[in-house]
Write a protein that binds this ligand. Structure first.
Ligand code: NCD
Length: 474
């Protein structure tokens, strides 16, 4: 067995590990696949779905536990099908009303118990950061199948694998894709995992929010710019449907986009869109029900730049993707859903070391090992995201009040669980009982307490440092 790895974010996997997972998924498709184009799709290979039709033995004797606290069709069933196709078994708790959750059992206790019954846990939960909490208490690998509005890393694996399979002939690799992402960018956890992966594969990403206020969450945008080295690109004439462009900085040709003249030339050259990723309005994550929401249909896709575009959607769709597109060769969403089984077979096998050379590298922290200092304090500043698991009256009792200190000089904290950021916190020194801006306090973390604002510091009996200038006042 490999060392204990959890997949709570797409960033828990390196690019190499993602590619390793894809070659294993390819292997399962060629060894166990059963391609049966049906009905009208018979002649359109681009519309063919991929069914794993036989079972192997690699996972014989192993058990996958699915703990689903939120509705699911594709994710849970494809995970369970995947484990069964590997020759393993599954146990399921998919209705919180009929599990001990209904009696008030915490997630932490549940995963501790389930760790004795299975070899891996797949979890879906309405709270952001729930998978990370589960991983803290489980003694077997935890895979995040969607935690609130935070992330959905295995959906991203299915999304990328679909592109890898469809674009294999045309493009050498997954790098440099030209991608449009539309819909509820704020509430869609699938989008958050997808954009991190795209940035890592050097994509050019254009965002088209489905309605006002549905842009990327500020902390995700901040990470794209500051940790994934994406640069905003100027809006080009004729592309006014687009909210923002990002390009990754380490592509030499993209640096030329800074010069308007070359930028326009590049915009023309890169005009063809490889992928449009459509998402539904995540009504369960919003207080207000939105009146109007964008729709992607043949009229939307009539522009020449969409001529060869693969249309992806994590599904379910609820009106934002016209069903008339289903027979269009650009429609890739049912194929994408069908890849859920081989991709999840590959991930489970790699995680549980069923296939020797394909096992995930023993690299504990994934793509970008967290180099940030982790700061834990029982009181003081708490995560600003109201949907974070730390704010759940029951589960929060099991969560520590932990943050990564992302930046001292331009103060920024990141919640250990949900990865939302807090900007501009204050630092109180327990000995002097004075507080100041984090940047002024130096990097000495001993005997300090962090506060969200000045009022909180003063309510705790701390006095402002002399250096706390008028400009810094909250
Ligand atoms: C997604 C999810 O649960 O976030 N569904 C899925 O897993 N395929 C997308 C959605 O619900 O909109």
């Amino acid at each position: 067995m490999t060392e204990l790895r959890h997949i709570t974010s797409i960033n828990d996997l390196t690019n190499h590990e993602i590619e390793t997972t894809f070659s294993l998924a390819d292997k399962y498709l060629s060894e166990l696949g059963d391609i049966r184009p049906t009905g009208r799709t018979r002649k359109k290979r681009s519309l063919t779905t991929h069914r794993i039709g036989r079972s192997g033995h690699a996972g014989a004797g192993s058990i996958l536990a699915s703990l689903f606290y939120e509705p699911s069709t594709r994710t849970r069933l494809s995970f369970e099908s995947a484990m069964l196709r590997l020759g393993g078994g599954t146990i399921t708790s998919s209705d919180p009303a009929t599990s001990s959750a209904a009696k008030g059992e915490s997630l932490a206790d549940t995963v501790r118990v389930v760790s004795s019954y299975a070899d891996a846990i797949v979890i879906r939960h309405p709270r952001d950061g729930a998978a990370k909490l589960a991983a803290q208490y489980a003694s077997i690998p935890v895979i995040n199948a969607g935690d609130g509005g935070h992330e959905h890393p295995t959906q991203t694996l299915c999304d990328l694998f679909t592109l890898y399979r469809r674009e294999k002939q045309r493009l050498k690799n997954l790098n440099n894709l030209n991608v449009v992402i539309s819909g509820d960018l704020r509430g869609s956890r699938t989008v958050h995992s997808f954009v991190y992966a795209l940035a890592r594969f050097k994509a050019r990403i254009q965002f088209v929010p489905g309605a006002a206020g549905m842009g990327l969450p500020p902390h995700v945008e901040w990470r794209l710019r500051n940790e994934f080295h994406c640069l905003p690109e100027d809006r080009k004439a004729g592309e006014d449907d687009v909210d923002l462009f990002y390009v990754t900085a380490d592509q030499s040709h993209q640096l030329s986009l800074i010069t308007p003249e070359i930028g326009i030339k590049m915009a023309k050259a890169k005009k063809a869109i490889d992928v449009i990723y459509v998402t539904r309005f995540q009504k369960e994550r919003w207080k207000d029900q939105v009146q109007s929401y964008m729709k992607v249909d043949s009229a939307f896709l009539k522009d020449n730049k969409y001529k060869r575009t693969s249309v992806l959607h994590p599904l379910p769709r609820v009106g934002e993707l016209d069903i008339a597109l289903d027979r269009n060769p650009r429609a890739a969403y049912f194929q994408q859903a069908s890849f859920g089984v081989p991709v999840r077979m590959a991930l489970i096998a790699a995680l549980l070391d069923f296939e020797g050379q394909h096992s995930l590298e023993k690299f504990a922290s994934g793509f970008r090992p967290d180099s940030h200092v982790l700061y834990e304090q029982p009181h003081g500043i708490v995560c600003a995201n109201p949907n974070c698991i730390v704010h759940d009256p029951l589960e929060g009792l099991y969560a520590a009040n932990k943050h990564y200190i992302v930046d001292w000089l331009k103060p920024r904290l990141r919640c250990f669980y949900c990865e939302n950021d807090i900007e501009n916190f204050y630092v109180g020194h327990k000995k002097t009982r004075h507080y100041g801006l984090a940047g002024e306090a130096g990097k000495h973390m001993r005997d300090v307490i962090l506060f969200a604002d000045r009022a909180a510091a003063e309510a705790a009996g701390y006095k402002p440092r002399k250096s706390l200038s008028g400009a810094a006042k909250a």
